[in-house]
Design a protein around this ligand. Sequence first.
Ligand SMILES: Nc1nc(=O)c2c([nH]1)NC[C@@H]1CN(c3ccc(C(=O)N[C@@H](CCC(=O)O)C(=O)O)cc3)CN21
Ligand SMILES: CC(C)C(=O)C(=O)O
Ligand SMILES: [Mg+2]
Length: 282
Amino acid sequence: MISYPISTPLSSATPIKRLTVPAIKAMKGTVPIVCLTAYTAPVARIVDEVTDLILVGDSVGMVLYGTDTTIGVSVEMMCAHGQAVVRASQRSCVVVDMPFGSYQKSPQQAFKTAVRILKATGAAAVKLEGGEEMADTVNFLTHRGVPVCGHVGLMPQSVQVMGGFKVTGRDRETAEKVCRDATAIAEAGAFAIVLEGVIEPVAAEITAQIAIPTIGIGASSACDGQVLVSDDIFGLFEGFKPKFVKRYAHIAEEMREAARQYAEEVRRREFPDQNHVFTPKT
Ligand SMILES: Nc1nc(=O)c2c([nH]1)NC[C@@H]1CN(c3ccc(C(=O)N[C@@H](CCC(=O)O)C(=O)O)cc3)CN21
Ligand SMILES: CC(C)C(=O)C(=O)O
Ligand SMILES: [Mg+2]
């Protein structure tokens, strides 16, 4: 494996300090936390100008590799994409998802995977999916120098158990379950928690009850912050569009048009023209 120096800031007269894990945690009750996903250097460079937190999500599998779920994502993939994002960002706190199967077996397995990801990428923290059943693991990691972001509600890595990507909290049973899950993860020492696909009153209740910031995705403005997949807000990913996604641009349309024009010019022998060709020395 090729290894690169990690986290070397770009030269600057006044080096920009990255937001730290405690700084993110302290944002609860002050200003909303702005989070987007990124998987690549060019996108990380762009979103880093506006985000507090960048999540290198295991959604990379669905968004960049074209899979139907996040199940097939590997630790190697998360390390490679995490490296790219850390290298290309300088002010946001970077969090990397632990992929399915890399942490659920035991706290020890989770620790080994988390350390591998943090060492390979230079990221500040890892994120893992799960509620009460993962509380011991979150406690184990946070007491050993690994900051953890939780993720409850709609947990995409459990898609095969749930039978789809389903909103939760609509009945009393699931509402109480997601509240217990969030509380358990917060009390176990997570610095923040993603609430995904949780109905508004339940997200509001959790946000009021726990001491750490809630970062919502399809969980209403009651949360302490918001996260979306960057390719979704750019209109770059067109595979599907959950109700909670707002497209702020239509980049895929622009790319389609650019590719179409290029193809047309090549076929007409209009490209390359004199401005895009090397000529002999005069
Ligand atoms: N591009 C992308 N965006 C995401 O937000 C995302 C991913 N990929 N991959 C990982 C997970 C999967 N996600 C999903 C995928 C589908 C729905 C969806 O179809 N939701 C239904 C809700 C159905 C219900 O009411 O229970 C919807 O209509 O929004 C939601 C979240 C969120 N994450
Ligand atoms: C959508 C966020 C929360 C995520 O887990 C991912 O991108 O994988
Ligand atoms: Mg994820």
